[in-house]
Design a protein around this ligand. Sequence first.
Ligand SMILES: NC(=O)c1ccc[n+]([C@@H]2O[C@H](COP(=O)([O-])OP(=O)(O)OC[C@H]3O[C@@H](n4cnc5c(N)ncnc54)[C@H](OP(=O)(O)O)[C@@H]3O)[C@@H](O)[C@H]2O)c1
Length: 269
Amino acid sequence: MKGDLVFIGAGNMAEALLQGVLRGGRWPKARLVLTDIAAERRAYMARTFGVRVLADNAAAVCGAQLVVLAVKPQVLLAVLADLRPALPPDALVLSIAAGVPTAKIEAALGGVARVVRAMPNAPALVGCGAAAICAGRHAAARDLGAAEQVLGAAGLVVRVPEQDMDAVTALSGSGPAYVFYLMEAMLEAARRMGLAEATAQQLVYATVKGSAELIMQDGLPPQELRRRVTSAGGTTAAAIAVTDRRQVMAALVEAILAAQRRAGELARG
Ligand SMILES: NC(=O)c1ccc[n+]([C@@H]2O[C@H](COP(=O)([O-])OP(=O)(O)OC[C@H]3O[C@@H](n4cnc5c(N)ncnc54)[C@H](OP(=O)(O)O)[C@@H]3O)[C@@H](O)[C@H]2O)c1
Protein backbone atom coordinates (compact mmCIF):
# COMPACT_ATOMS: atom_id res chain seq x y z
CA MET A 1 0.00 0.00 0.00
CA LYS A 2 1.56 3.28 -1.01
CA GLY A 3 -0.68 5.68 0.90
CA ASP A 4 -2.73 5.96 4.07
CA LEU A 5 -6.06 4.36 4.86
CA VAL A 6 -7.90 7.20 6.58
CA PHE A 7 -11.14 6.93 8.55
CA ILE A 8 -13.01 10.23 8.87
CA GLY A 9 -15.11 9.81 12.00
CA ALA A 10 -13.95 7.24 14.54
CA GLY A 11 -17.32 5.98 15.77
CA ASN A 12 -18.75 2.48 16.06
CA MET A 13 -18.55 1.57 12.39
CA ALA A 14 -15.03 2.93 11.94
CA GLU A 15 -13.91 0.94 14.96
CA ALA A 16 -15.48 -2.25 13.57
CA LEU A 17 -13.87 -1.77 10.17
CA LEU A 18 -10.52 -0.82 11.68
CA GLN A 19 -10.53 -3.97 13.79
CA GLY A 20 -11.17 -6.03 10.68
CA VAL A 21 -8.42 -4.28 8.75
CA LEU A 22 -5.99 -4.84 11.62
CA ARG A 23 -6.98 -8.52 11.83
CA GLY A 24 -6.48 -8.89 8.08
CA GLY A 25 -3.01 -7.38 8.40
CA ARG A 26 -3.00 -6.17 4.79
CA TRP A 27 -2.62 -2.49 5.61
CA PRO A 28 0.52 -1.58 7.60
CA LYS A 29 -0.43 -0.08 10.97
CA ALA A 30 1.79 2.92 10.29
CA ARG A 31 -0.47 3.78 7.36
CA LEU A 32 -3.73 3.76 9.31
CA VAL A 33 -5.11 7.16 10.30
CA LEU A 34 -8.32 8.12 12.12
CA THR A 35 -9.98 11.43 12.81
CA ASP A 36 -12.74 12.34 15.19
CA ILE A 37 -14.27 15.53 16.47
CA ALA A 38 -14.17 14.28 20.09
CA ALA A 39 -10.81 14.30 21.90
CA GLU A 40 -11.95 11.48 24.17
CA ARG A 41 -12.77 9.27 21.23
CA ARG A 42 -9.42 10.03 19.57
CA ALA A 43 -7.59 9.14 22.78
CA TYR A 44 -9.52 5.87 23.07
CA MET A 45 -8.73 4.84 19.48
CA ALA A 46 -5.03 5.70 19.83
CA ARG A 47 -4.79 3.86 23.14
CA THR A 48 -6.74 0.79 22.02
CA PHE A 49 -5.36 0.28 18.52
CA GLY A 50 -2.07 2.16 18.48
CA VAL A 51 -2.97 4.01 15.28
CA ARG A 52 -2.43 7.66 14.34
CA VAL A 53 -5.33 9.94 15.30
CA LEU A 54 -5.93 13.52 14.25
CA ALA A 55 -8.51 16.21 14.91
CA ASP A 56 -8.01 17.88 11.52
CA ASN A 57 -9.82 16.04 8.73
CA ALA A 58 -8.07 17.92 5.91
CA ALA A 59 -4.60 17.26 7.35
CA ALA A 60 -5.47 13.58 7.79
CA VAL A 61 -6.21 12.97 4.10
CA CYS A 62 -3.08 14.62 2.67
CA GLY A 63 -1.32 11.28 2.15
CA ALA A 64 -4.45 9.20 1.64
CA GLN A 65 -4.83 6.30 -0.76
CA LEU A 66 -8.27 5.39 0.56
CA VAL A 67 -10.56 7.60 2.64
CA VAL A 68 -13.45 5.98 4.50
CA LEU A 69 -16.23 8.46 5.25
CA ALA A 70 -17.61 7.17 8.55
CA VAL A 71 -19.41 10.22 9.93
CA LYS A 72 -23.18 10.54 10.22
CA PRO A 73 -24.96 11.57 7.00
CA GLN A 74 -26.05 14.90 8.56
CA VAL A 75 -22.46 16.14 8.83
CA LEU A 76 -21.11 14.55 5.65
CA LEU A 77 -21.42 17.55 3.33
CA ALA A 78 -19.64 19.85 5.78
CA VAL A 79 -16.87 17.28 6.17
CA LEU A 80 -16.52 16.94 2.38
CA ALA A 81 -16.17 20.71 2.01
CA ASP A 82 -13.20 20.52 4.41
CA LEU A 83 -11.64 17.56 2.63
CA ARG A 84 -11.99 18.87 -0.92
CA PRO A 85 -8.87 21.08 -1.10
CA ALA A 86 -6.66 18.52 0.66
CA LEU A 87 -7.77 15.25 -0.94
CA PRO A 88 -5.09 13.76 -3.26
CA PRO A 89 -6.57 13.51 -6.80
CA ASP A 90 -5.89 9.76 -6.98
CA ALA A 91 -7.43 8.91 -3.58
CA LEU A 92 -10.38 6.54 -3.50
CA VAL A 93 -13.33 7.63 -1.35
CA LEU A 94 -15.44 4.95 0.34
CA SER A 95 -18.59 6.31 1.95
CA ILE A 96 -20.55 4.27 4.49
CA ALA A 97 -22.94 7.16 5.21
CA ALA A 98 -26.45 5.76 4.92
CA GLY A 99 -28.55 7.16 2.11
CA VAL A 100 -26.09 9.62 0.57
CA PRO A 101 -25.85 9.04 -3.22
CA THR A 102 -22.42 8.89 -4.90
CA ALA A 103 -23.39 11.84 -7.15
CA LYS A 104 -23.80 14.07 -4.08
CA ILE A 105 -20.39 13.05 -2.74
CA GLU A 106 -18.75 13.48 -6.15
CA ALA A 107 -20.28 16.94 -6.55
CA ALA A 108 -19.13 18.00 -3.09
CA LEU A 109 -15.59 16.91 -3.96
CA GLY A 110 -15.44 18.78 -7.28
CA GLY A 111 -16.98 16.23 -9.66
CA VAL A 112 -14.11 13.88 -10.53
CA ALA A 113 -13.44 11.88 -7.37
CA ARG A 114 -13.54 8.07 -7.43
CA VAL A 115 -16.32 7.22 -5.02
CA VAL A 116 -17.63 3.88 -3.78
CA ARG A 117 -20.76 3.88 -1.63
CA ALA A 118 -21.46 1.15 0.88
CA MET A 119 -24.43 0.16 2.99
CA PRO A 120 -23.11 -1.88 5.90
CA ASN A 121 -25.20 -3.13 8.83
CA ALA A 122 -24.83 -3.33 12.60
CA PRO A 123 -23.53 -6.93 12.85
CA ALA A 124 -20.34 -5.59 11.24
CA LEU A 125 -19.60 -4.50 14.80
CA VAL A 126 -18.94 -8.17 15.62
CA GLY A 127 -17.38 -9.12 12.28
CA CYS A 128 -20.62 -10.63 10.90
CA GLY A 129 -21.92 -7.77 8.77
CA ALA A 130 -23.75 -7.85 5.45
CA ALA A 131 -22.84 -4.93 3.21
CA ALA A 132 -23.60 -3.91 -0.35
CA ILE A 133 -21.38 -1.61 -2.39
CA CYS A 134 -21.86 0.32 -5.60
CA ALA A 135 -19.53 2.37 -7.77
CA GLY A 136 -19.85 6.07 -8.46
CA ARG A 137 -19.35 7.53 -11.94
CA HIS A 138 -15.55 7.49 -11.85
CA ALA A 139 -14.87 4.39 -9.76
CA ALA A 140 -13.47 1.33 -11.54
CA ALA A 141 -13.73 -2.39 -10.79
CA ARG A 142 -10.47 -2.33 -8.84
CA ASP A 143 -11.91 0.43 -6.63
CA LEU A 144 -14.78 -1.90 -5.76
CA GLY A 145 -12.13 -4.51 -5.00
CA ALA A 146 -10.37 -2.12 -2.61
CA ALA A 147 -13.68 -1.36 -0.88
CA GLU A 148 -14.35 -5.07 -0.58
CA GLN A 149 -11.04 -5.54 1.18
CA VAL A 150 -11.89 -2.96 3.84
CA LEU A 151 -15.53 -4.01 4.35
CA GLY A 152 -14.89 -7.73 3.82
CA ALA A 153 -12.90 -7.81 7.03
CA ALA A 154 -16.18 -7.14 8.87
CA GLY A 155 -18.41 -9.61 7.02
CA LEU A 156 -20.10 -10.32 3.69
CA VAL A 157 -19.89 -7.78 0.83
CA VAL A 158 -21.97 -7.88 -2.37
CA ARG A 159 -21.89 -5.57 -5.40
CA VAL A 160 -25.12 -3.92 -6.58
CA PRO A 161 -26.05 -1.12 -8.99
CA GLU A 162 -26.69 2.13 -7.13
CA GLN A 163 -30.40 2.06 -7.99
CA ASP A 164 -30.68 -0.99 -5.68
CA MET A 165 -29.23 0.80 -2.65
CA ASP A 166 -32.64 1.82 -1.22
CA ALA A 167 -33.74 -1.82 -1.36
CA VAL A 168 -30.48 -2.93 0.30
CA THR A 169 -31.00 -0.31 3.00
CA ALA A 170 -34.49 -1.67 3.66
CA LEU A 171 -33.38 -5.31 3.55
CA SER A 172 -30.01 -5.72 5.26
CA GLY A 173 -29.43 -2.19 6.61
CA SER A 174 -32.64 -2.22 8.64
CA GLY A 175 -32.71 -6.04 8.62
CA PRO A 176 -31.22 -6.59 12.08
CA ALA A 177 -34.17 -4.64 13.54
CA TYR A 178 -36.66 -7.10 12.02
CA VAL A 179 -34.78 -10.01 13.58
CA PHE A 180 -34.61 -8.23 16.95
CA TYR A 181 -38.36 -7.56 16.66
CA LEU A 182 -39.05 -11.27 16.29
CA MET A 183 -36.77 -11.92 19.27
CA GLU A 184 -38.72 -9.36 21.32
CA ALA A 185 -41.93 -11.24 20.50
CA MET A 186 -40.37 -14.57 21.48
CA LEU A 187 -39.19 -13.11 24.80
CA GLU A 188 -42.60 -11.57 25.52
CA ALA A 189 -44.24 -14.95 24.90
CA ALA A 190 -41.65 -16.58 27.19
CA ARG A 191 -42.60 -14.11 29.94
CA ARG A 192 -46.28 -14.96 29.56
CA MET A 193 -45.46 -18.66 29.71
CA GLY A 194 -43.61 -18.07 32.98
CA LEU A 195 -40.09 -18.92 31.82
CA ALA A 196 -37.20 -17.34 33.70
CA GLU A 197 -35.89 -14.31 31.75
CA ALA A 198 -32.27 -15.50 31.65
CA THR A 199 -33.28 -18.96 30.44
CA ALA A 200 -35.55 -17.49 27.76
CA GLN A 201 -32.80 -15.17 26.54
CA GLN A 202 -30.31 -18.03 26.22
CA LEU A 203 -32.82 -20.14 24.29
CA VAL A 204 -33.97 -17.33 21.98
CA TYR A 205 -30.48 -16.05 21.11
CA ALA A 206 -29.16 -19.55 20.42
CA THR A 207 -32.26 -20.38 18.35
CA VAL A 208 -31.79 -17.35 16.09
CA LYS A 209 -28.06 -17.97 15.72
CA GLY A 210 -28.58 -21.70 15.13
CA SER A 211 -31.32 -21.10 12.54
CA ALA A 212 -29.05 -18.70 10.63
CA GLU A 213 -26.21 -21.25 10.73
CA LEU A 214 -28.53 -24.03 9.58
CA ILE A 215 -29.85 -22.14 6.56
CA MET A 216 -26.38 -21.02 5.53
CA GLN A 217 -24.94 -24.52 5.80
CA ASP A 218 -27.92 -26.34 4.23
CA GLY A 219 -28.48 -23.88 1.42
CA LEU A 220 -32.20 -24.74 1.41
CA PRO A 221 -34.81 -21.97 1.06
CA PRO A 222 -36.44 -20.82 4.32
CA GLN A 223 -39.90 -22.10 3.35
CA GLU A 224 -38.43 -25.62 2.93
CA LEU A 225 -36.66 -25.53 6.30
CA ARG A 226 -39.84 -24.22 7.90
CA ARG A 227 -41.87 -27.02 6.28
CA ARG A 228 -39.43 -29.58 7.71
CA VAL A 229 -39.95 -28.39 11.29
CA THR A 230 -43.74 -28.10 10.93
CA SER A 231 -45.56 -31.42 11.36
CA ALA A 232 -49.25 -31.53 10.54
CA GLY A 233 -51.31 -31.01 13.68
CA GLY A 234 -48.20 -30.20 15.76
CA THR A 235 -47.07 -27.25 17.86
CA THR A 236 -45.33 -25.28 15.08
CA ALA A 237 -48.39 -25.72 12.86
CA ALA A 238 -50.52 -24.20 15.64
CA ALA A 239 -48.19 -21.19 15.73
CA ILE A 240 -48.11 -20.72 11.96
CA ALA A 241 -51.91 -20.94 11.76
CA VAL A 242 -52.06 -17.82 13.93
CA THR A 243 -49.38 -15.90 11.97
CA ASP A 244 -51.18 -16.81 8.73
CA ARG A 245 -54.57 -15.75 10.08
CA ARG A 246 -53.11 -12.45 11.31
CA GLN A 247 -51.28 -11.95 7.97
CA VAL A 248 -47.92 -11.43 9.64
CA MET A 249 -45.98 -12.29 6.46
CA ALA A 250 -47.85 -9.66 4.43
CA ALA A 251 -47.32 -7.08 7.18
CA LEU A 252 -43.57 -7.73 7.25
CA VAL A 253 -43.26 -7.48 3.46
CA GLU A 254 -45.20 -4.21 3.57
CA ALA A 255 -42.91 -2.96 6.36
CA ILE A 256 -39.77 -3.63 4.33
CA LEU A 257 -41.25 -1.89 1.27
CA ALA A 258 -42.04 1.12 3.52
CA ALA A 259 -38.39 1.17 4.61
CA GLN A 260 -37.33 1.18 0.93
CA ARG A 261 -39.64 4.12 0.18
CA ARG A 262 -38.27 6.02 3.19
CA ALA A 263 -34.68 5.30 2.09
CA GLY A 264 -35.51 6.85 -1.29
CA GLU A 265 -37.04 9.94 0.33
CA LEU A 266 -33.98 10.40 2.56
CA ALA A 267 -31.55 9.89 -0.35
CA ARG A 268 -33.36 12.59 -2.35
CA GLY A 269 -32.98 14.86 0.69
N1 LIG B 1 -24.03 1.79 12.98
C1 LIG B 1 -24.66 1.13 12.01
O1 LIG B 1 -25.27 0.10 12.22
C2 LIG B 1 -24.62 1.65 10.58
C3 LIG B 1 -25.22 0.89 9.57
C4 LIG B 1 -25.16 1.38 8.26
C5 LIG B 1 -24.53 2.56 7.98
N2 LIG B 1 -23.97 3.28 8.99
C6 LIG B 1 -23.34 4.56 8.67
O2 LIG B 1 -22.03 4.58 9.19
C7 LIG B 1 -21.70 5.93 9.51
C8 LIG B 1 -21.11 5.95 10.91
O3 LIG B 1 -22.06 5.41 11.81
P1 LIG B 1 -21.67 5.09 13.31
O4 LIG B 1 -22.76 4.25 13.86
O5 LIG B 1 -20.27 4.61 13.36
O6 LIG B 1 -21.79 6.56 13.92
P2 LIG B 1 -21.03 7.19 15.17
O7 LIG B 1 -20.69 6.11 16.14
O8 LIG B 1 -21.81 8.37 15.60
O9 LIG B 1 -19.64 7.68 14.51
C9 LIG B 1 -19.44 8.89 13.89
C10 LIG B 1 -18.25 9.55 14.58
O10 LIG B 1 -17.87 10.71 13.84
C11 LIG B 1 -17.64 11.77 14.76
N3 LIG B 1 -17.76 13.05 14.09
C12 LIG B 1 -18.82 13.90 14.03
N4 LIG B 1 -18.52 14.98 13.29
C13 LIG B 1 -17.25 14.81 12.86
C14 LIG B 1 -16.37 15.59 12.05
N5 LIG B 1 -16.75 16.77 11.54
N6 LIG B 1 -15.14 15.13 11.82
C15 LIG B 1 -14.71 13.94 12.33
N7 LIG B 1 -15.51 13.16 13.11
C16 LIG B 1 -16.74 13.59 13.36
C17 LIG B 1 -18.69 11.54 15.82
O11 LIG B 1 -18.39 12.28 16.97
P3 LIG B 1 -19.66 12.77 17.89
O12 LIG B 1 -20.36 11.52 18.31
O13 LIG B 1 -18.98 13.49 19.01
O14 LIG B 1 -20.49 13.64 17.01
C18 LIG B 1 -18.59 10.03 16.00
O15 LIG B 1 -17.55 9.67 16.89
C19 LIG B 1 -22.99 6.75 9.42
O16 LIG B 1 -22.96 7.56 8.27
C20 LIG B 1 -24.08 5.73 9.30
O17 LIG B 1 -25.11 6.16 8.43
C21 LIG B 1 -23.99 2.85 10.29
